[in-house]
Design a protein around this ligand. Structure first.
Ligand code: PSU
Ligand code: MN
Length: 305
């Protein structure tokens, strides 16, 4: 029993995997729920372009027409981007229902990892992962992304975690679940829009080759996924204290509006976007492109081993 009966891999991605080329998986909740149209479509296309420019093959993943689609073509990318928040936000618990009913779903980090592993893709680029929400001691809101990192052998390149989350608790859970966190060129765990969070990573890596060596051994030993934390480029980074103020406001607004559960992350992202007058969206796009470039280099280094 496995996911393979419900996975449809595009020809381009299948050929790349068969010839041992670097392949980078991309999630699609960031397209459906993370950004408004048309910026989401533009971002999705640009990120694929960055991966190609760095010598690897992109594989955007989504649930469509009763299948996990691995490697969307441009028409499906546009269909997904236009569907936006009307699509389901597909977490692990939603998979069977969405596949059985043929609904369209943007895959989160967790479900994108599931499909990537099943397809034989070892590297995945995203913006930020889900984690432990602030107040989780009463709400129990801890993203399924952390569980998936603990059991699925895929390396996820992200810009750390947004401080809409409790970063200290997120790092604690990653430690408990045995997930290594590699800082790409840094020993500081980045906070998505800002390069610093005040928290350290377990291991700093100086290059894609160094990251690939650890990732390859982690998978060979059958241990878990790996989180690669890659800070937002200096030029695009936002002031940590300014963004903190907006996040505090957004969390207050979410509480007042009674927003929780799977709606929490999309609501907070949208609220921060409004409060920063769109600046947070520009930074978000820049960091995703930066992660795609690093993921492509790591995927190529893994393929060359
Ligand atoms: N962070 C972002 N944009 C996003 C997400 C996270 O900046 O779109 C999405 C990712 O798909 C992530 C998901 O896997 O939110 C986590 O949601 P939850 O906290 O409900 O598990
Ligand atoms: Mn949640």
């Amino acid at each position: 029993m496995s996911l393979s009966s419900r996975i449809s891999i595009s020809q381009r991605v299948a050929e790349a995997l068969a010839s041992n080329k670097g392949v980078v998986a991309l999630e699609s909740t960031i397209i459906t729920h993370g950004m408004p149209f048309p910026q989401n479509l533009e971002m999705a296309r640009n990120v694929e372009r960055v991966i190609i420019d760095n010598g690897a093959v992109p594989a955007t993943i989504a649930i469509m027409d009763g299948q996990f689609r691995v490697g969307l073509d441009d028409a499906d990318l546009e269909r997904l981007a236009r569907t936006g928040g009307v699509a389901a936000k597909a977490s692990r618990r939603d998979v069977a229902a969405l596949l059985a009913t043929g609904q369209i779903g943007g895959t989160t980090v967790a479900t994108t990892m599931m499909a990537a592993e099943a397809a034989g893709i070892r590297v995945f680029a995203t913006g930020g992962i889900g984690g432990v929400h602030r107040g989780a001691e009463t709400t129990f809101d801890i993203s399924a992304d952390l569980e998936e990192l603990a059991k699925t052998r895929v390396a996820v390149v992200c810009a750390g975690a947004k401080s809409i989350l409790d970063i200290a608790k997120t790092l604690e859970v990653l430690e408990t679940r045995g997930v290594p966190v590699l800082g790409f060129g840094t020993d500081e765990f980045p906070a998505f829009w800002a390069r610093e969070s005040g928290h350290k990573v377990d291991q700093k890596v100086a290059s894609a080759d160094e990251a690939a060596a650890i990732i390859a051994l982690q998978f060979e030993l059958g241990l878990s996924g790996v989180l690669v934390a890659n800070p937002i480029p200096e030029a695009a980074a936002m002031d940590r204290h300014v963004i903190e103020g907006h996040i505090a406001q957004a969390i207050k607004d979410a509480d007042a509006a009674g927003i929780g559960g799977k709606a929490a992350t999309p609501y907070l992202l949208k609220r921060v976007l409004d409060l920063t007058g769109g600046a947070s969206l520009k930074a978000n796009i820049a960091l995703v492109e930066n992660n795609a470039a690093v993921a492509a280099r790591i995927a190529n280094a893994l393929a060359a081993r």
